[in-house]
Design a protein around this ligand. Structure first.
Ligand SMILES: *[C@@H]1O[C@H](CO)[C@@H](O)[C@H](O)[C@H]1NC(C)=O
Length: 201
């Protein structure tokens, strides 16, 4: 459940942010809404992370390549919970090819370059977004725009701080970093890219 000012990530004001938004679910899309700064959809990438199965708070992550249960799991993971395994978990992989808007069945994709405050994160996807932490410092809330999902905690808090302030935040969930499965690699970049006129889209 949402625990108030528990920052998953902190960054400085007036930096360019590049985030990878991923969805481990095998059949369900989620509309992600981010407050304060609009963002640009940059690309739909190949998704290499784990897939998930479960319901009502009992979820399990599986290795995409082998189907084995991941060593690293969400906070609150219960290894004894009964989970129904999905029959065709990789069915919706491949958004880097499906995003072609001239094809049928691509209604929820966004044209790369478009500015948004909300977009659909398809099942088994990995989408790059980019924005500037422009002018305002303080709390940024990011959440699923399906009301009961956000009420149940599909929401996180990011803090935009002044230049030079501490960037300490809770990047890991119960010791596991995002996308961890068999291994638990530390995220590569956790600070904003310097503002640069080289960064254009
Ligand atoms: C997401 O896409 C980026 C850019 O292609 C890639 O570096 C990263 O490994 C991908 N992550 C996952 C979990 O698929």
């Amino acid at each position: 459940l949402f625990a108030g000012a528990y920052y998953r990530y902190k960054t400085e004001v007036d930096t360019v942010q590049e985030w990878y938004i991923t969805n481990t679910e095998t059949t369900v899309s989620h509309p992600l809404h981010i407050h304060v700064n609009s963002f640009q959809i940059i690309s739909y990438n190949q998704y290499t992370g784990p897939y998930s199965a479960g319901k009502d708070g009992a979820w399990r992550l599986y290795d995409q390549a082998t189907g084995d249960t991941c060593n690293y799991q969400f906070s609150g993971y219960d290894p004894d919970a009964e989970i129904e395994e999905p029959s065709d978990p990789l069915k919706y992989l491949g958004h880097e090819h499906r995003q072609d808007l001239t094809q049928e069945g691509t209604i929820a994709y966004v044209e790369p370059g478009e500015w948004r405050d909300t977009f659909t994160v398809p099942p088994m996807s990995n989408v790059t977004i980019r924005f500037v932490t422009d002018t305002y410092v303080g709390l940024v809330v990011a959440h699923c725009h399906i009301l009961n999902h956000e009420d149940w905690g599909m929401m996180l808090a990011v803090d935009i701080v002044r230049q030079g302030e501490s960037l300490d935040a809770n990047l890991a969930s119960d010791g596991a970093y995002p996308w961890s499965c068999m291994e638990n690699p530390e995220p590569l970049g956790v600070t904003g890219l310097a503002m640069s006129s080289d960064i254009e889209t």
